[in-house]
Structure formats: C-alpha cells, structure tokens
Design a protein around this ligand. Sequence first.
Ligand SMILES: C[S@@+](CC[C@H](N)C(=O)[O-])C[C@H]1O[C@@H](n2cnc3c(N)ncnc32)[C@H](O)[C@@H]1O
Length: 351
Amino acid sequence: MMNISQQLINHGIHPYGSAEVLKFEKHLAQYFGREYKRWQGNKNPVESYGLNSFQGDISKSETRPESLSHYNEEYHVYRAFLDKDYLAYTMGCFGVDPFGPELKNIALEQAQMSKYKLLVERANIQDGQSIIDLGCGFGGLSKYLLETYPDIKITAINPSDVQTDHIRNELINPDNNFDNSRFRLIQAYFDDVDSLGIELESFDRVISIGFLEHVTNIDLLQKKLSQLLKPGGLCMHHCIVSVDVLPAFLNSEDTLMGGYYPGAHIWPLSEPQRHNTHLTFKNSWFINGMNYWKTLDEWHKRFWESIDQIYPEYLTIEEVENWNKYFSLCKAMFIPNNGKSYGNGHFLYKK
Ligand SMILES: C[S@@+](CC[C@H](N)C(=O)[O-])C[C@H]1O[C@@H](n2cnc3c(N)ncnc32)[C@H](O)[C@@H]1O
C-alpha cells in the first residue's frame, strides 16, 4: 500500500525539507527580502498608510469570528506539531546571547520555556503576584507560572473553544499538582472586558504573547489594561514586529497572511511605544526573527513526522496543503536579512 506522504506527493503536496518545498521557501524569502530592502529606513507613521492605532474597536469586530476560526481548527493537528509541554503557538527562544541570529541546538520545549523565563525576568514577575495571561492560547504561560510559583494567581483570557477546552481538560484538572483556586479561565474576547466582571486595580502584571497582532486600537487596549492594573503594576506585550514600517504588512488582508489571520496587523517596532498615556512606556526589545524561523521550522517538521496521525482522519488534502503553505510562508517572512528585519518585540509599560 502507498504510504501517506507518497499519496500527498501524488496530489502535488510536498513534505517538509523536500527539494520542492525548499525551492518554494527560497523564492518566497527572496520576495520578502526585496520588500524589506525596499522599505529599509521607512519611519513614516502608520497613519500615512491608512491605519491608526488610536482609533476604533480594540480588535476589528467584523473579522473577529473569522480570525478566531484559525485557533479553533482541529485540536489534534495543533497537538501534532506544537511543543509537548506548553502547546505554545508563538516563537520559542533558540537564540544565543542575547537572542541574535545564532541559534542553540535545543528542543522546542526548552525554547518555549526560555521565552517564559525571559518574560518573567523582563516583567519582573514574582511569586504571590496576580497576573493576567491575555490571549492565553492553550495556557502555556499560565501553566509555566503556576508550576513555577506556588503562590501566583492567574486570570487567563481567550475566546477560543478549542484552546479553552484543552485548558479545562488538562490544566483545570483535579489531578494536577497545583492549586486550582489560583487559576481562573475567562472564555471571552478582551474587547468585552467591561462586562466580564474582572476586578479593577487588582493585578500586578498583564502579559500578552502573540495578542497585539490582533489589536487595532492599542490606545483603547492600554486604557482598559490600566484600569485593571494596580498602581505600579507592569504590562508586557510580546508580538511579531517589523523593524521598519512595511506598508503591505500593516493590514494582514494586504498579504497572503489575510487568509489565515484576517484583521491582524504587523506593527513596526516603533508603534507600541507611541502609546504612553494610559500606561507609561518603559522599554522595548527586538528579538531576532531567526528564533521564530526555527520555531516554525520545528513545527513544520513535526507536522510531517505526524502526518499519518492527522491525515486523512482530521485533515482533508486541501487542509494539509493549506498548513504546509502556512509554515513555508511564515518561515520565509522571518529568514531574510538573517532575522534582522522581521522578528518579535517586547514592550514594557508601567501604571
Ligand atoms: C498567536 S495566539 C498566542 C497564544 C498564546 N499566548 C501562546 O503564546 O501560545 C493568539 C491568542 O490570542 C487570542 N485572541 C485573539 N483575539 C483576542 C481577543 N480579542 N481577546 C482575547 N484573546 C484574543 C487567540 O484566541 C489566541 O489564543
């Protein structure tokens, strides 16, 4: 009988690392490299390209359900390619001192834990604090903090059914070794924060990882977060950024990413720090894009290593093709210029 990979190749879908896929990624990367070069040094305000991070809803209401559908895709697929410990759906830290293009030879699981450790250090998270994990995904950061700090309290917010089901099944599980009274899951869009019954001025820290890409009105977001933080509290956003202002990337619908994340934005590194009113901007850091490239490459590899467990049971041929292209496309965005043009940003604010 023909094996699964051969069946997919016969449909024109080529596996991770094949000559066809490598060629495709190379051409895409050349295209993105040219775009980054074309806009190198561009510091025009995003308003000059029709986007305003001081206006509108926190996230675009018209694309919210469609955007969320990406996070509600088949659970077994995410399980197949994400790291086993945290199911983190954002970059892991593979970089050698201090997160430059040179990468360590470590497991994805370890790289995800390194990201959490870095955030803990930069946001000065301490045991006993009350923390919001905003846009918590499958709950990786919450899990790390609950396991690491015996007295930490977490409120995790996420509208996704698939991801919150995982949290209910695995994290809020009586067999777990941490005290569940320290963890609260709110299944909702943060946009609805006023009706969620979250106590004002009761949090020491807000951490968002991979959430700011979904936010259009950063000003309104910061206003709402400042109402939740205690005086002196800190907020840290971790998100994908471009170093220069890349007009086509400001609205995902202008690129192929719109098919996966409608309504999303890739902010230039300079944008979040313009928001210095409701919370005081303290610091920002750029994390080299090779960290995300390596994470995506690992996901892509694991996806194909598990292909016979997910196809045809959970994915159609078209869906396999869609995921395969997704990994290649994302990798090609991070790799040009050795990760120095497109990577991740950390943005720290204080109330
Ligand atoms: C890229 S994932 C990152 C998840 C997680 N933080 C991680 O690192 O694995 C983005 C997360 O933000 C959530 N999200 C998107 N829009 C949101 C909104 N308006 N309010 C709250 N969460 C949102 C998604 O459901 C998803 O869990």
